[in-house]
Design a protein around this ligand. Structure first.
Ligand SMILES: NC(=O)c1ccc[n+]([C@@H]2O[C@H](COP(=O)([O-])OP(=O)(O)OC[C@H]3O[C@@H](n4cnc5c(N)ncnc54)[C@H](O)[C@@H]3O)[C@@H](O)[C@H]2O)c1
Length: 322
């Protein structure tokens, strides 16, 4: 009887530690004069993160498709804190050109004392596009499928690959990829967006398990956040007229999800940017961070088991290397 009670208490304690407890970031790495690359920097979450990085003393490579947006957003930021780069993450040649610019800028910025080393400390892949039209998956065009994957998936993988050689390989640097709660739970009519975010989580988990002794890798999964992306997706769902067999179902869902539910629970981009910042500058940054007021208590369970799986796999990879 006492033994059973003891085991029960042990299990409860393990459940609390492994599942319920939220990550506590050490925040023990100084952001001052660290160089960080951020895509999607002209708007929403990316923009909020860049301003926080600059305020905390980092040097930012702010990249976005929208050059005008970049210039307007950062017109008052001094050159010792920022380098603006117009970059379409769906174009490989532009990514390679940007990597070259970043390498040269790091050398120059180090020479002027704007950055502490010639290495790129952080890579934050934030650029993304939402579902692009009002229709169900079976009605989507090839073009739409390609556009979403080119930006949300291949853009992340190509930027990471191009910038990996510029990063320190001693576990001080950090790569953070932005997925979504839609990469954990596939909501109907969110189109290939869901599939793209599942892919980002799979890509990031693989990267972390391969680079475990070189670079910290984290996947941040925001819930619905008040940025132009949500407004844009909502407007598309409301207005875009397209021949669809699913239009009535979608309308019901739109009213239920956007107007009644999500609209009243939207979190601010500041909470997501704060989580991204913590991941970058914490030596114990978690593998997955869900930033969502509603879902995280439920979903944290699935993310938490990655801790166990990672350690088993690290052990296995280490044993192969020996
Ligand atoms: N807003 C949300 O509710 C939410 C929820 C979960 C995940 N996310 C993810 O967070 C990230 C940022 O989203 P946001 O809400 O800040 O959106 P946003 O629309 O405010 O910002 C996205 C930025 O990405 C840029 N961009 C788009 N395509 C690009 C390309 N091909 N190359 C370079 N830049 C490009 C846009 O110009 C824009 O500045 C995205 O990956 C998104 O999927 C957002």
């Amino acid at each position: 009887m006492w033994l059973l009670l003891f085991i029960g208490l042990l299990l409860l304690a393990a459940y609390y530690l492994l599942v319920l407890r939220y990550p506590s970031f050490a925040l023990d790495i100084s952001p001052v004069r660290k160089a960080v690359f951020v895509t999607g920097a002209a708007s929403g979450i990316g923009k909020t993160l860049c301003h926080k990085l600059i305020k905390e003393g980092a040097f930012v490579f702010a990249c976005d498709l929208n050059e005008e947006g970049l210039k307007k957003e950062y017109e008052n930021v001094p050159e010792e804190s920022i380098k603006l780069i117009q970059l379409d993450v769906s174009k490989l040649e532009q990514i390679e050109k940007a990597a070259k610019t970043i390498k040269d800028t790091l050398t120059e910025a180090h020479h002027h004392g704007f950055v502490s080393t010639e290495k790129l400390f952080g890579v934050v892949n934030c650029a993304g596009v939402p579902a692009l039209s009002k229709s169900a998956l079976v009605e989507k065009t090839d073009q739409e499928m390609q556009t979403i994957f080119e930006v949300n998936v291949y853009g992340v993988a190509r930027c990471t690959k191009a910038l990996y050689p510029l990063m320190p390989h001693d576990c001080t640097g950090c790569i953070v990829n932005i997925a979504s709660v839609c990469g954990e739970v596939a909501l109907p009519y969110f189109s290939y967006y869901n599939a793209s975010k599942f892919a980002v989580i799979g890509y990031t988990d693989t990267l972390r398990r391969e680079l475990f002794d070189r670079i910290r890798v984290t996947c941040v999964e925001p819930g619905f956040t008040a940025t132009p992306m949500v407004a844009f997706a909502d407007e598309l769902t409301k207005k875009q007229v397209q021949k669809s067999d699913f239009i009535d179902e979608m309308e019901v869902l739109r009213v239920k999800i956007f107007d009644r539910w999500i609209g009243s629970y939207l979190q601010t981009p500041v909470s997501v940017a704060d989580a991204l910042f913590s991941c970058l500058f914490s030596s114990n940054s978690p593998r997955h961070v869900m930033v969502d007021n509603i879902l995280k208590r439920i979903m944290w369970t699935s993310s938490r088991w990655n801790w166990l799986l990672d350690n088993v796999l690290y052990f296995y990879v280490r044993s192969i290397k020996k």
